[in-house]
Design a protein around this ligand. Structure first.
Ligand code: GLP
Length: 259
């Protein structure tokens, strides 16, 4: 087990502030615009609001990065409001005025999925590094759309979404029928290339999977367990999400007790 830094947020608002501070550190420590993966979901919403407000109030550091897509639904026309590219544009990229050429996204309408996945892998190789991967945690341990069963050395590829994940995502769109059945995602092997990883977790419903992420055997059954061996992992989680794990970690030292 690598040393994992845990930062406890008092609540969702505090998580937003702490995550925005962490993000700023990465931006300030890079000479050229760093490449950063950003997640979708409910968890990052407050963080995106905090970052876009700081930018609007004059901190232009926040606009200086390249966005690398983590995942995307398949079969949606370009610009469909349900696509993750559109979602992230609305929530963070447009408010931060990230130039189009700094948005490394998937084409959700692609007819040639293997070619699109290979293009994304090549894009990452050409850039040379993923400076920071900010990720959320699915209720079943999925990361991006790496569902349980995803090999821990997997690359970018097509995924059939589980009913559980489609249901969780249906909340955005009103009904499960609105949620596409398949998606593309960066692989776990791809995510391992990140120099730094920030996992953000909110709420009681994630407490058990957060514990399993760090205390279950590393296995493709719970893709998020790859984080146990990853270098430079920071977890920012609220008190409710930390409920199951708090007795196992040294929150003062912000490190896992178990080595
Ligand atoms: C989706 C996304 C993931 C995200 C997860 C958790 O499935 N593909 O990247 O981490 O949802 O979302 P939430 O923050 O809403 O719990």
């Amino acid at each position: 087990m690598k040393n994992i830094t845990f930062i406890k947020a008092k609540n969702a608002d505090d998580l937003a502030v702490l995550s925005a501070d962490f993000f700023l550190n990465t931006l300030k420590s890079s000479n050229s615009p760093p490449t950063i993966i950003l997640p979708t979901g409910f968890t990052p919403l407050g963080f995106y609001k905090e970052v876009t407000t700081r930018y609007k109030n004059g901190d232009k550091n926040y606009g200086n990065f390249k966005y690398l897509a983590l995942d995307e639904y398949l079969g949606l026309p370009e610009g469909d409001r349900r696509s993750f590219a559109s979602w992230l544009s609305r929530e963070i990229l447009d408010p931060l005025e990230i130039p189009k050429e700094f948005r490394l996204t998937f084409a959700s309408s692609t007819k040639n999925i293997p070619e699109e996945c290979a293009r994304m892998e090549k894009t990452i190789t050409d850039i040379g590094s993923i400076d920071l991967a900010i990720i959320g945690l699915g209720g079943n341990g999925h990361v991006g759309f790496n569902e349980p069963g995803s090999p821990l050395d997997s690359v970018t590829r097509k995924i059939e979404l589980t009913p559980e994940t489609r249901q969780a995502n249906a909340e955005y769109w009103g009904s499960i029928d609105q949620v596409p059945e398949s998606a593309v995602t960066l692989g776990i092997g791809t995510l391992k290339k990140a120099k730094q990883t920030l996992l953000i977790v909110l709420g009681k419903s994630k407490a058990e999977i957060l514990k399993k992420t760090f205390f279950s055997p590393i296995s493709s059954d719970i893709p998020s367990t790859y984080l146990q061996k990853q270098e430079n992992v920071t977890v920012i989680a609220d008190a409710e999400a930390l409920l199951e794990i708090e007795s196992l970690i040294d929150i003062n030292q912000c490190k896992l007790k178990r080595a």
